[in-house]
Design a protein around this ligand. Structure first.
Ligand code: GRG
Length: 307
């Protein structure tokens, strides 16, 4: 592994990860409607889709970006909850029969299997609007300046829409069964997975009040690199991962004849590319001090995780 990876970065991450995940859970719990609130079946299904499991990578990125910039306060909770709600919505809709038709997610039946398809569609819709409401209302309560609130809402909306995640999903659906070259595959993933990861870092920076352009662009370069590295590793795990650890079926991409990095570049070259990108991500943070070690550790985590 490249010299840019330092064991102290992973140590920083390992120490920070459990409390940050718990903090994300609390922020989500506080923002989600109670399971018995009317209409209770919908609210119960929303909680089923969001709470209880998941790596919480995106909220942890919000918190770790804040820490790197000297911000650890309440201002980070609303964007952390918002990005995870968007992520949960995307998984619920991605699992639907009209999309990937998956039965398992995060070690439990997918939302449409546990409830039903119409409910799962509404869960995604409701989580998306709740994410924006939480972002704006929670940021206002935390005293984030109105201009930063507007910038965060705009950044998240861009990342989630047709020029971001939803656009990536459209590219993905149109690619099944035909061959893509590496550049087309990269374009798909930059949109589908990368845009929300990038937005998580942007929101963390905006909530922290960063104005320095060099720091913002370094963080953006970091986020773009880990977004792609994360996805390449995801494709590798689909080939060689353990279904129990993954909490979903393994080999699903190949079974659907989906283009993936291993199918286009081969496994070894895919691993090397993910490692190079994670190393570039760490390099992008060279101007930041040890407060950014958790972000550096997350770059390594993205390509070493087993789930
Ligand atoms: C349906 C609008 C719409 C969008 C779907 C992101 C996405 C677009 C679909 C997710 C499909 C997928 C499994 C992509 C592979 C990479 C990825 C996002 C994996 C899941 O994210 P993790 O590993 O999941 O962070 P956990 O469960 O840990 O939160």
């Amino acid at each position: 592994m490249s010299a840019r990876f330092n064991p102290t970065h992973l140590e920083a991450l390992e120490a920070a990860l459990p409390p940050l995940r718990e903090r994300a859970e609390r922020a989500l719990e506080a923002a989600l409607p109670a399971a018995d609130a009317h209409p209770s079946r919908l609210h119960e299904a929303m909680r089923y889709a969001v709470l209880g499991s998941g790596k919480r990578l995106r909220p942890v990125l919000v918190y770790a970006t804040g820490s790197a910039l000297g911000e650890d306060g309440e201002a980070l909770d609303a964007p952390a909850a918002a990005v995870e709600m968007i992520h949960a919505y995307s998984l619920v809709h991605d699992d639907l029969p009209a999309m990937d038709d998956d039965d398992w997610r995060r070690g439990q039946p997918t939302c449409h299997r546990a409830y039903d398809e119409p409910t799962a569609i509404l869960v995604g819709d409701a989580l998306q609007s709740l994410a924006f409401q939480t972002l704006v209302h929670g940021s206002e309560t935390a005293g984030v300046p109105p201009a930063a609130q507007a910038a965060m809402a705009s950044s998240l909306a861009w990342a989630v829409g047709s020029r971001g995640m939803v656009g990536g999903q459209a590219i993905d659906l149109s690619a099944v069964g035909r061959s893509l070259d590496a550049a087309e595959l990269e374009d798909m993933h930059i949109h589908k997975t990368g845009a929300l990861i990038r937005a998580s870092v942007q929101l963390g920076a905006l909530a922290s009040g960063v104005t320095d352009e060099a720091t913002r662009s370094a963080l953006d370069r970091y986020a773009k690199c880990i977004g792609l590295a994360f996805q390449i590793h995801d494709d590798v795990l689909d080939v060689e991962g353990n279904p129990e650890a993954l909490g979903k079926e393994q080999g699903a991409d190949a079974a659907r004849d989906k283009p993936t990095y291993p199918s286009i570049l081969g496994l070894d070259a895919s691993r090397e590319l993910a490692e190079r990108l994670a190393s570039d991500a760490v390099e992008a943070l060279d101007g930041l001090d040890a407060s950014a070690d958790c972000l550096r550790g997350l770059a390594a985590f993205c390509i070493q995780r087993q789930a």
